[in-house]
Every structure is written in C-alpha cells, then in structure tokens.
Design a protein around this ligand. Structure first.
Ligand code: NAD
Ligand code: UGA
Length: 463
C-alpha cells in the first residue's frame, strides 16, 4: 500500500518532533498533527518558529522546512482521522491518580477516547499505530473498541514505541538505534507492518527496522526504560557508598563502563532521574507484574524507584545538614530546574522535590534555568499540593540572570547539567555570596579542584 496521508493524535513532546522528522524525510506524505489543546496547536503554527511549544535543538529548522509543505498542525481531529491511512496515537498516558491502580497503573482514558473517535469517524480501512507507551496487551483493548464501535471497516493495530530522549530528540529521530514495529501475524497484519516499514525506510536502514509481534513490541518499550532507569539507580546507589568510603563514583563509573559488556552510557550519578516517563513506566511495569501475581518481579523493579526517591531526599538532607542543620530564611540558589539539559520539560524533575523539601525547612529558593519560566516553576510546586500557591510564591523566585540569582546566597545547588554552568565566572559568584559559600553539585558538572581553589565548600555526588 502506498502511504500518502498520515495523521498523529497528540502534538506533544513525542508527536510533534516525530511527525516533523517523518514529514521532512518523506516529502510525498502529508503529515497532519492534531491536538485538542488549541494553545499548543497555535504555538506549533506560530509564524516565528522560535515560538513552537517544545524546545529541542534543531527542531525549529525542521519545522520551518516542512510546515505548510507537507506538515500541518490542526485542531480538526476528525477531519485528519478521516483522511489518513495511518493514524498514530501519541497522547499522554500518565500514572493513574484515582481508582484501581491509583499511583501505579497507566491511565488509558486518553487512549480509549482516541480509539472511540477513530472508530466513529473512519469510513475506510485504517492502520492505527500505538506510539504512546502502553501496558502490554493494550492493543487488544484498542482492537476490541475499534471492532465493536466502528463502521464495519477493517483496522490493523501496530505497536511502534518511541525511544527518543528529550534534548536529543531530533538526532535520535534522524539516527535511531532501531525502529520497532509490532503487528499481527495474519496476512493483513504483515501488510500493515510493511506499510509502516515503508515510511521509515525513507531514512532508516533496513537492518535497523525490527518487526515483532505486538506484545513483544509493547513490552520492549517498558523494558528498555526500566533497564535505563535501573542503571541510574544502580550508579546512584554506588554514589552513596563512595561518599562513605573515599571512592569516587566518576572513577568507578569509568572503570566499569570500559567493560564492553557494561558500556559507558547511562552511568552518570546524579541527584536522581526525572522526566515524564521513567517513573511512570516502571510503576506501570510493577503494576502489571503484580496483577499477574509476580510479586518478586514487581519488587525487583520497584526498588529502582525507591532508590531514586532516596537519592533526591538524600540531596536535600545533605544541604540542610551541611548548612549547620538549618536553612530557615537562607537563600539557596538552584541552577537548573528542567529534568535534564537542552529541554524546557520539567515533568518529575528532581529540582521540584528538592525545592519542596527545602521550602519545608523554610529556605528561600532562587531559581535560574535558561529555558524554564517562573510561572512553570511555581506551577510545578503547586502541583504537589504541599502548601498554597501564595505560600510557594513567598518562598520561591526565579531570575533571568544567573549572577543575580546567586548574589547573597548561602548555597548554590546544581539541579540540571546545562553546559553554560561550566562557563560561569565562579570567582565573581563566590565574591557575591555569603561565607562560607557552599556549592552542592547534583550533576557533577563543575571541577572540584577549581571550585575549592576559589574558596567554595564544594559537595559533589559520590565523592
Ligand atoms: P504530552 O503530554 O507532551 O503530549 C500529549 C498530547 O496529547 C497533549 O498535547 C494532549 O493535549 C494531547 N491529547 C490527549 N488526548 C487527546 C485526544 N483525545 N485528542 C487529541 N489530543 C489529545 O506527552 P508526550 O511526552 O508527547 O508523551 C506521549 C506518549 O509518548 C506517552 O505515552 C509517553 O510515555 C510516550 N513517550 C514519551 C517520550 C518523551 O520523551 N516525552 C518518549 C518516548 C515515549
Ligand atoms: C528516556 C529514555 O532515554 C528514552 O529512550 C525514552 O524514549 C524516554 O525516556 C521515554 O520513554 O520517555 P528522557 O526521559 O527524555 O528519555 O531522558 P534521559 O536522557 O533518559 O534522562 C532521564 C533522566 O535521567 C534525566 O533526569 C537525566 O538527567 C537522568 N540521567 C540520565 C542520569 O541521572 N544519569 C544518566 O547517566 C543518564
């Protein structure tokens, strides 16, 4: 089947960049990205590409090239569904906040709404692609909804999970390690798989496109995130042991990473991983394992989250203890609020939890992040519902200038590994701070010897 029209439901961190790259690489395919969020779609359509809603290095140029040619952003969901041969579902699948599975299971209400809408609108056969990260066997539920509420047309469900990381999304999409497509073993299922393989073949080598059954594909996505997050919790566990024993976690990570069986990536000790997916996907995995009665499997993976929560708490505790057991009314400056560098995304960022703990101790928090606004910082804290908005506002302020943010501070905490932090005039910052001047480097980005030579009391993770 020759694919000429694709639609994607969900114009978020995955739908937007993924479809922009498909449109750039497949000029003969019309790609329409739809969303219910009018403000988000308006931002994607902003005449100035600097204002698109997601900051990702290189994304603005791709959107500028393809938008209006074969890439469109719209709120007309039904029209896009009606016209498309392939429909990607890329809506959010957050952790449930209510009912059965609260705090663990994935909330699939947005997915079900999409399935019902596709069923209602579709007047010819469609390929429906799960791009969102979903519990294993969700395709079965989608298929059941489509087949029972549709107009008698045929649907093929494919699982095509996304492995991009934020901050490097464009490079990850242009040069993926692999593309995973799961589908049905029937002849129709295999044809659908080949139609999607045909789209990716425009820029991805055949040996990197992996086809599997649907369940393997769905479970591989959860497994990949669990393994990645587990490496971070493993090195973070070692960081605490390093601090007690005089070992240096950077040296340990380098030493083990040179073992080709372990490899060097994802061994950077930190204040704890954040982002919208690692915690959500592991909780989801734990929930699935428990629902099959696999308690040892569930406990094994849950420990990754327990360790990560411990690491965030440990960081705020260290700050309080080092500052003579009180941070009340002390200015503590956060450099970085995003969950990692090169993104404006703050979902589940460690900074939120560290700030919350320090505000509980009545600290005054000053925040500087090159891509995150004060409004977002306050909204993130309000979302925790630890205290009122007015109380958060009285304790937390953002700055546009990092030097001003650090002026008069008792301590600086580095929460995100933005490259620019390494380039600052640290002597100038030191001179403007209260003494002793403390730096808690939650990302190990600064040079310990240089910081100590300036006069800072410098704390890194894991040394
Ligand atoms: P997001 O919240 O940024 O975007 C989801 C969008 O879907 C929102 O704009 C929302 O308005 C829209 N939406 C929800 N229901 C809708 C409906 N019925 N009709 C139209 N639009 C609707 O989420 P995201 O970060 O892009 O993640 C989407 C999925 O991809 C999740 O399952 C996530 O686990 C997975 N994923 C995310 C990443 C990542 O780096 N963020 C990477 C890989 C996979
Ligand atoms: C992660 C995965 O890397 C992607 O493959 C996956 O597609 C995505 O989740 C998803 O499913 O959403 P992302 O969360 O965007 O991507 O970013 P990562 O680079 O994985 O970083 C996650 C968190 O771990 C960040 O807070 C980061 O700072 C932290 N991290 C990462 C460490 O603390 N140490 C490391 O060595 C690596």
């Amino acid at each position: 089947m020759k694919i000429t029209k694709i639609c994607c439901i969900g114009a978020g961190y995955v739908g937007g960049p993924t479809m922009a790259v498909i449109a750039q690489k497949c000029p003969d395919i019309q790609v329409t990205v739809v969303d219910l969020n009018e403000a988000r779609i308006a931002a994607w359509n902003d005449a100035d590409v600097a204002n698109i809603p997601i900051y990702e290095p290189g994304l603005d140029a791709i959107v500028a090239e393809a938008r209006g040619r074969n890439l469109f952003f719209s709120t007309e969901v039904e029209k896009a569904i009606d016209e498309a041969q392939i429909i990607f579902i890329s809506v959010n699948t957050p952790t449930k906040t209510y009912g059965k599975g609260k705090g663990m299971a994935a909330d699939l209400k947005y997915i079900e709404l999409c399935a019902r809408q596709i069923a209602r609108v579709a007047k010819d056969n469609k390929i429906v692609v799960e791009k969102s990260t979903l519990p294993v066997r969700t395709a079965e539920a989608i298929k059941s909804i489509l087949d029972h509420t549709g107009n008698g047309v045929q649907f093929q469900i494919l699982s095509n999970p996304e492995f991009l990381a934020e901050g490097t999304a464009v490079q990850d999409l242009l040069h993926p390690d692999r593309i995973l497509i799961g589908g049905d073993s029937s002849e129709e299922g295999q044809k659908a798989i080949q139609a999607l393989v045909g789209v990716y073949s425009n820029w991805v080598a055949a040996d990197k496109i992996l086809t599997t059954n649907v369940w393997s594909s769905e479970l591989s996505k959860l497994t990949a995130n669990a393994f990645l997050a587990q490496r971070i919790s493993s090195i973070n566990a070692m960081s605490e042991l390093c601090e007690k024993t005089g070992a240096d976690v950077n040296e340990v990570a380098k030493a083990i990473g040179m073992d080709s069986r372990i490899g060097p990536k994802f061994l950077k000790a930190s204040v704890g991983f954040g982002g919208s997916c690692f915690q959500k996907d592991i909780l989801n995995l734990v929930y699935i394992a428990k629902s099959y009665g696999l308690n040892e499997v569930a406990d094994y993976w849950e420990q990754v989250i327990i360790m990560n929560d411990h690491q965030k708490r440990r960081f705020s505790n260290t700050i309080v203890q080092t500052l003579y057991n009180t941070v009340a009314d002390k200015k503590i400056t956060f450099l970085g609020w995003a969950f990692k560098k090169d993104t404006n995304d703050t979902r589940e960022s460690a900074a939120i939890y560290v700030a919350d703990a320090l505000v509980n101790e009545q600290a005054q928090i000053a925040v500087y992040d090159p891509k995150v606004s004060e409004k977002k910082v306050l909204a993130d804290l309000d979302y925790l519902e630890t205290r009122t908005s007015a109380q958060n506002k009285a304790c937390v302020a953002s700055f546009e200038d990092p030097y001003l943010a650090c002026k008069g501070a008792h301590a600086i905490a580095i929460l995100t590994e933005w490259d620019e932090f390494k380039e600052y005039d640290w002597k100038k910052i030191y001179d403007s701070m209260q003494k002793p001047a403390f730096v808690f480097d939650g990302r190990n980005v600064l040079n310990a010897a240089e910081m100590k030579a300036i006069g800072f009391v410098y704390h890194a993770i894991g040394s």
